[in-house]
Write a protein that binds this ligand. Structure first.
Ligand SMILES: [Fe+2]
Ligand SMILES: [Fe+2]
Length: 133
């Protein structure tokens, strides 16, 4: 599958959040390449782990900003984060348990997992923070 390319449509207009999102896109692309090039399972698993860990770190970063700037939607946004973490960990666990490689369906799932939240919930947060930061 094609790499995810960063462009203005993905920007939430908050530089420190955009920076995190770009990093997550980079990790997705590293995973995509690892799968396409048939890299060792152990390496692919390490990239998945890095992607999940960085996502957890990034979500905590956004949640801190929401608290600092008293964002009303913090509860709902945080709940969405928890669901996203749970679904990514479930995929990771399924791959680990079965010793199965990451396949194209998994990459499509992760693509939507990554961009869906940015384009919806994070954009709402970004427009709020843009006014108060
Ligand atoms: Fe985000
Ligand atoms: Fe978020």
């Amino acid at each position: 599958m094609k790499d995810l390319i960063w462009d203005r449509t993905l920007s939430v207009d908050v530089p420190e959040i955009d920076e995190d999102h770009r990093r997550l896109l980079d990790l997705f692309n590293i995973l995509n390449h690892a799968v396409a090039e048939g890299d060792a399972q152990e390496y692919v698993e390490a990239v998945m782990e890095e992607l999940v860990s960085c996502t957890v770190w990034h979500f905590r970063h956004e949640e801190r900003l929401m608290l600092k700037y008293r964002y009303d939607g913090v509860k709902e946004h945080k709940a969405e984060h928890e669901e996203l973490i749970a679904s990514a960990k479930a995929l990771q666990q399924k791959l680990l348990d079965a010793g199965k490689p990451v396949v194209s369906d998994d990459l499509h799932f992760l693509e939507h997992w990554l961009t869906g939240h940015i384009l919806g919930t994070d954009k709402d947060l970004g427009s709020y923070l843009g006014d108060v930061m």
